[in-house]
Design a protein around this ligand. Structure first.
Ligand code: XIL
Length: 375
């Protein structure tokens, strides 16, 4: 946000605050009591996203939480604790980070330091924690990727890994992304998948469930929110898992979207509903909206982004099956997309690089506030 936009948005906030106070809009038109309440909730400086989310019983999660700013930038933690009801570590629980060695065959092979620190912080801030992720094709340690394990050994490795982590955080991590992006990869190139075969999925769920029977277990996938071939495959796979009697509680829709490819709201809602009809929950697990994919002014991009965030919030509130929306990162200052897209101009999140609330933040708040008023 440049200075002019900042001023405009500050003026906007001020106008709304005055509006809410007087019950008149900026033209002097009287607002209904309901509209006034909504304005108060959206712009009231002491009303946080978190306090509104609590009122409607939905989780608003700070996902993709990164260790570097977590340790170095006090403002990062402040905003997470103030605005969000749950936290998902970005990397601290990934195989390569939490299980970097295979020398001893016991807990000495693990590095719990960062995951522990994030859990302690979340608990001190009265936030829930989503665990991400037990089995994925990326960010695995070299000893696993390049090890020469046979099938039986690989199952043992996966079992030890899952049991160690899930039981360590038993009753503290409320939901796990047990398998991440199972349909996105070239299985041939990854030993854990190639070596075990498709059975790694039911096995992973079984090990996780045995280690913490009260944790919610998710199948997390990317680019499978609209109705299409990929989301049909997710649907089919989770149907099969349920038929086999596997304990699975939900599907995670990552929701990495962009202004160029916004989600199709009708399809997302239908997709959520069909999963709900199976008795599953849906979490939006990693939402971000890439701005630098269309040609337009920054102001226009931020408004379009806000519409997408607001729309998905509304879909999630409308569909009972959807109980959590987490963004992947909190501030544009540290989004993973700056590196991933190699574009330092990316602004995918709810807070700008200086931690100021963006139109997207207010759009999410507004949709929740509208729901609060309707209750
Ligand atoms: C990303 C992290 O945010 C980055 O810090 C890391 O360098 C790469 O992985 N889908 C996922 C997440 O499931 O685990 C990824 O997280 C983003 C895409």
């Amino acid at each position: 946000m440049d200075r002019r936009q900042f001023l405009l948005s500050s003026v906007g906030a001020l106008v709304s605050a005055v509006t809410a106070k007087t019950g008149l809009d900026w033209r002097g038109k009287r607002l209904s009591a309901q509209e006034t309440r909504i304005e108060e909730m959206v712009r009231g400086p002491s009303i946080t996203l978190r306090s509104l989310a609590d009122k409607v019983g939905i989780d608003i999660g700070a996902g993709g939480i990164n260790t570097v700013p977590f340790y170095k930038d006090p403002d990062y933690k402040k905003i997470i604790a103030r605005e969000f009801t749950s936290l998902t570590p970005g990397n601290a629980m990934k195989f390569g980070v939490i299980h970097p060695r295979n020398n001893y065959g016991d807990e000495r092979d693990y590095n719990f330091e960062h995951a522990d620190a994030m859990l302690e912080f979340a608990e001190a801030s009265k936030m829930k924690v989503r665990g991400h992720t037990l089995v994925w094709h990326m960010q695995n340690p070299r000893w696993l990727d390049q090890g020469n394990f046979d099938r039986r050994e690989l199952i043992q490795v996966m079992e030890d890994h899952i049991r160690t982590i899930v039981s360590r955080y038993k009753d503290r991590v409320f939901a796990w992304d047990v398998v991440n992006e199972p349909l996105t990869i070239n299985h041939e190139s990854i030993p854990i998948f190639q070596g075990i075969g498709p059975e790694y999925i039911p096995l992973a769920f079984r090990f996780a469930h045995e280690a913490d029977p009260s944790a919610l277990l998710f199948y997390n996938e990317t680019q499978a929110h609209n109705l299409d071939e990929k989301s049909n495959m997710v649907y089919e796979q989770v149907c099969n898992l349920l038929d086999e009697g596997v304990t699975i509680h939900g599907v995670g829709m990552q929701m990495h979207v962009s202004l160029r490819y916004p989600p199709n709201l009708v399809q997302v809602a239908k997709n959520m509903r069909r999963l709900g009809n199976l008795g599953l929950k849906v979490h939006v697990t990693e939402m971000d909206v890439k701005t630098e994919t269309i040609d337009s002014s920054t102001e226009d991009k931020l408004e379009k982004q806000a519409k997408i965030y607001g729309d998905i919030t509304k879909v999630c509130l409308d569909e009972e099956v959807c109980t959590s929306i987490a963004t992947w990162g909190v501030t544009d200052r540290y989004s993973w997309l700056k590196e991933f897209t190699k574009n330092p101009e990316e602004k995918p999140l709810l807070f700008d690089a200086d931690y100021r609330a963006k139109p997207s933040y207010y759009a999410v708040k507004r949709k929740i506030a509208e729901r609060v008023v309707k209750i």
